[in-house]
Design a protein around this ligand. Structure first.
Ligand code: GA4
Length: 324
């Protein structure tokens, strides 16, 4: 029996309210803007990212996670490296193991974990090709959003994340099947649910997730309820991050999300967190505010925000100190 929370009625009856956006159709720009306003979350189809690239990387990820624990802990580290159960450095835990990497400089800073892989270059190449393709899709989505908002030039948002030296992160998560009797205690949300990854918003501009066919991801709706996101390995899921909430002066909401563990199946997800450069100033776009008084947030640099975020707990409202 699965440990998932009572499934959402809407998804149980086969209907999910999560917006599905065909990004090969330029007219989807309006639906995209609406999805960012209403949910801060949407699913993307006709995205042009090769399924072959996705499978190769997923295969590498599965191989990595199936290594003996003693091998994986050789590359443990923070903020980058392998982690098991502990999330961040401020007391959060979950039923998850992961590999966090700096996606800058062609992943060169990771020296590809000498001794861990039979062929480290296969893993690195898979990461490079996958993230290059996902970065391109992300820029396209941000350009459609900019168009939909009526902002010029089109690259106003995409330029913040399109350079491969911007501060972007890549994360591989493995949620092993979680036996019934395990209870992470401080991190349960009542009942018998085991938290894989506790509720949080992402600090960056936008995040792009792909998972295998195991459910578990949930998003928080405007009315405070949680709904399950049906898994779909052939699509990508995007979520608005805190920085995009600020850039749009609160028009878009950074969506709270979490992952619940599954008692039977492993969940493997890969997430690209598109962030700006460390020195990038983040403030509401002037074209979205008539004058400075309308701005809901104080200006900050990404490096200031990131530093603050990395000292917070997962479920904290990280934008609150930056509100006016
Ligand atoms: C959430 C989004 C990304 O996964 C992440 C996470 C980071 C981490 O896992 O180290 C954080 C979390 C995330 C926000 C608050 C801090 C930092 C864990 C945590 C408790 C890599 C990121 O950039 O911020």
């Amino acid at each position: 029996m699965a440990l998932l929370s009572k499934p959402n009625e809407k998804t149980e009856s086969g209907f999910s309210p999560i917006p599905v956006i065909d990004i090969s159709d330029p007219e989807s720009k309006h639906a995209l803007v609406k999805a960012c306003e209403d949910f801060g979350f949407f699913k993307v189809i006709n995205h042009g990212v090769s399924s072959e690239l996705v499978s190769v990387l997923e295969h590498e990820a599965v191989e990595f996670f199936s290594l003996p624990a003693s091998d994986k802990t050789q590359v443990a580290g923070y903020p980058f490296g392998y982690g098991n159960r502990e999330i961040g450095r401020n007391g959060d835990v979950g039923w998850v193991e992961y590999l966090l990497m700096n996606a800058n400089l062609d992943f060169g800073s990771h020296s590809f974990f000498p001794g861990l892989f039979n062929n480290p270059e296969t893993f690195r190449n898979a990461l490079l090709e996958y993230t290059t393709s996902v970065r391109k899709m992300t820029s396209h989505v941000l350009e459609m959003i900019t168009d939909g908002l009526g902002i010029e030039p089109r690259n106003t948002l995409s330029k913040l994340v399109s350079d491969k030296n911007t501060d972007s992160i890549f994360r591989l998560n493995h949620y092993p099947p979680c036996p019934h009797h395990i209870n992470t205690n401080t991190n349960t949300n009542g009942g018998n649910n085991v938290i894989g990854f506790g509720e949080h918003t992402d600090p960056q501009i936008i995040s792009v997730l792909r998972s295998n066919n195991t459910s578990g991801l949930q998003i928080n709706l405007a009315d405070g309820s949680w709904i399950s996101v049906p898994s779909d390995p052939s699509s990508f899921f995007f979520n608005v991050g805190d920085s995009l909430q600020v850039l749009t002066n609160g028009k878009f909401k950074s969506v709270k999300h979490r992952v619940l563990a599954n008692s039977r199946k492993s969940r493997v997800s890969m997430i690209y967190f598109a962030g700006p450069s460390l020195t990038q100033r983040i403030a509401p776009l002037s074209c979205l505010t008539d004058n400075e008084d309308e701005s809901l947030y104080k200006e900050f640099t990404w490096s200031e925000y990131k530093n603050y975020a990395y000292h917070s707990r997962l479920s904290d409202n990280r934008l609150q100190p930056f509100e006016r």
